[in-house]
Design a protein around this ligand. Structure first.
Ligand code: BG6
Ligand code: MG
Length: 219
């Protein structure tokens, strides 16, 4: 098949279920500061950069902290998070993801990562899929966080594709918005009501069959 589309995957919540570990680490930090965060609040943190997540959480807890304390909180949350995901391996790929990655690899269809995370490379390495990506664009490469489309626009450029020819898999509201702003095709993974701005919705990758992938690649 002639490939005229670029595929961009978000990481957390799309390829791997790290969202629960981000939540547990932020929740532990909030609890240490004397308040709690709910799963519902956590939904609003999906796709949101580390700095903005901390600002948001401190706002919920009505806390103001010094600059150095802010830095300390970010570092300790990240250390806690990394300890929670340290044993991740191929078995942690979310169900159905491997089938799609295998199809793309076998058919020489290049794909990129477009993630807010600064931990993306070690996570992909742990999952043993890092080398399969033509381009990896993550939180270390951008100055503007999702919903700004910067991360996806850089990924498109690295794939050599026009934004309109890119397809983005995203589990966050901010990420779907970023893809839409970039005029890419957005595919929401997760709750379809929450991600209703996406062009297509699936609960997870087990719902996505190869026929669908072929169809959007041809579109
Ligand atoms: C996003 C996650 O992919 O990356 C957010 O959905 C997270 O929850 C953000 O805050 C930044 O990740 P990290 O690994 O750099 O703290
Ligand atoms: Mg995500």
């Amino acid at each position: 098949m002639k490939n005229s589309k670029g595929i961009i995957f978000d990481l957390d919540g799309v390829i791997v279920d790290t969202a629960k570990f981000h939540y547990l680490a932020w929740r532990k930090m909030a609890n240490d500061l004397g308040f709690d965060i709910t799963l519902e609040q956590n939904e609003q943190l999906k796709g949101v950069s580390r700095v903005h997540s901390l600002e948001q959480i401190l706002g919920w807890g009505n806390k103001t902290v010094s600059e150095s304390e802010f830095e300390r909180l970010m570092t300790s949350k990240n250390e806690d998070y990394l300890a929670r995901i340290a044993h991740m391996d191929e078995a942690d790929l979310l169900p159905g993801v491997k089938k799609v990655l295998d199809y793309l690899t076998e058919n020489n269809i290049p794909f990129a990562l477009g993630s807010a995370s600064k931990n993306a490379r070690p996570i992909l390495k742990g999952l043993d899929i890092e080398k399969r990506f033509t381009a990896i664009v993550d939180g270390n490469d951008v100055t503007k966080a999702k919903p700004n489309p910067e991360v996806f626009l850089i990924a498109a450029e690295k794939l050599g594709m026009a934004p309109e020819d890119c397809i983005v898999f995203e589990d966050s509201v901010a990420g779907v918005e970023a893809a839409n702003v970039a005029r890419m095709i957005s595919i929401g993974i997760g709750d379809s009501e929450r991600l209703k701005q996406a062009d297509y919705n699936f609960a997870d990758f087990t719902e996505i069959d190869i026929d669908f992938i072929e169809k959007i690649l041809r579109k």
